[in-house]
Write a protein that binds this ligand. Structure first.
Ligand code: NAD
Ligand code: IPM
Ligand code: MN
Length: 345
């Protein structure tokens, strides 16, 4: 098939700005291979919610199931109550489409200023669980607004859910030169979930004897991510820890504007969804200054997932050359798009 059928959800804030540049790069890299993308854009996010009260209509969700892949910008808006779009749109997509592998690579590219002292080799990937943990909404509150309020958010960890993401992380570790997997959790305190994760890693690890395994409590993992990030190869962790450490990982590899991610269903029963790690950045939205690099690199992850490895490597190489030459100097959103496009040639 020469034509990819993709859905785009630009979303809120800087989402549409960065998705526009990502789509230019997508079109160009496909054209170079004699292919094209048929992209259907979906108007979801704050504007839609204000106009109709909808976050993700069932009919749209069903349509989305029919695409080869989804490209998302960002969701969330200061004028919408916090959680409405994040849960109702983004998390609903991840859950309904069973994106159990939230793939977040972190690489320090040449020319990029890292806040870390010294020249570190940083190249690791976080395999963040995407469908369970404290994100599932298994909670509730009583006596809300009174001094006796009780608010619970109970993390859900199933043997099935933990095992499938752990197995995926092992397979990714095995395919990398260093073959090293670090489980990040907090099993000294969260003993129920923590021990399930630890036992699962131990058991599944027997199927991957060539992969070296270690364990870090999440608090210590944040230390090493700053003091010794080169120690990491593949990290596997739960949904919430993964959210937090991947913003940190982005910060130490040149900033949130460079961090790409994939919400992947490795079983391919549904389309996977690719998006920057960052949010809608209301503080800079509409100014044309957001860095679209993360969205562009997310296109690379999408192409890789769809089996277009050569095109994916073109995108990454173009970004790599662009950063090596231009470094971390501020540029306008469209300028970054132009510069990466010129490198594709
Ligand atoms: P954020 O990632 O939007 O912004 C954090 C900081 O990083 C801000 O200073 C912002 O200007 C900067 N930043 C982010 N992306 C950038 C880019 N591409 N180029 C340059 N600077 C960039 O996080 P936040 O402020 O915590 O959240 C804002 C909104 O986005 C909230 O509604 C939140 O729920 C939502 N959010 C959505 C996603 C998503 O859609 N995947 C992810 C995170 C946050
Ligand atoms: C991310 C975001 C989301 C998350 C929010 C917006 C639901 O922070 O993609 O990292 O917590 O997963
Ligand atoms: Mn996040």
């Amino acid at each position: 098939e020469q034509t990819l059928r993709l859905a785009a959800i630009p979303g809120d804030g800087i989402g549409p700005e960065v998705v526009a540049e990502a789509r230019r790069v997508l079109d160009a890299v496909l054209a170079a291979e004699g292919r094209r993308a048929d992209v259907v854009e979906y108007d979801l996010g704050a504007r839609r919610w204000h106009a109709t009260g909808e976050t993700l209509p069932d009919s749209v969700l069903e349509e989305l199931r029919g695409f080869d892949g989804i490209l998302l910008g960002a969701v969330g808006d200061p004028a919408v109550p916090s959680g409405v779009l994040e849960r109702g749109l983004l998390l609903r997509l991840r859950f309904e489409l069973d994106h159990y592998v939230n793939l977040r690579p972190s690489k320090l590219f040449r020319g990029v200023a890292s806040p870390l002292a010294g020249e570190k080799e940083i190249d690791f990937v976080v395999v963040r669980e995407g469908t369970e943990g404290p994100y599932v909404g298994n909670g509730g509150a009583i006596r809300v607004g009174t001094p006796h309020e009780v608010a619970n958010e109970v993390s859900v960890n199933t043997a099935f859910g933990v095992e499938r993401v752990v197995r995926d992380a092992f397979a990714r570790a095995q395919a990398r030169p260093r073959k090293q997997l670090t489980l990040v959790h907090k099993n000294n305190v969260l003993v129920h979930a923590g021990h399930l994760w630890s036992r699962t890693v131990k058991r599944v690890g027997e199927e991957f004897p060539d992969v070296t395994v270690d364990y870090l409590h999440v608090d210590a993992a944040t230390i090493f991510m700053v003091t010794k990030p080169e120690r990491f190869d593949v990290i596997v962790t739960d949904n919430l820890f993964g959210d937090i450490i991947t913003d940190l990982a982005a910060a130490v590899t040149g900033g949130i504007g460079l961090a790409a991610s994939g919400n992947v269903n490795p079983d391919r029963t549904t389309p996977s969804m690719f998006e920057p790690v960052h949010g809608s950045a209301p503080d800079i939205a509409g100014q044309g200054v957001a860095d679209p690099t993360a969205a562009i690199l997310s296109v690379g992850l999408l192409l890789e997932h769809l089996g277009l490895g050569a095109a994916a490597r073109c995108v990454e190489a173009a970004v790599e050359q662009d950063l090596a030459e231009r470094g971390s100097a501020p540029r306008r959103t469209s300028q970054v798009g132009d510069d990466v496009l010129s490198r594709l040639a």
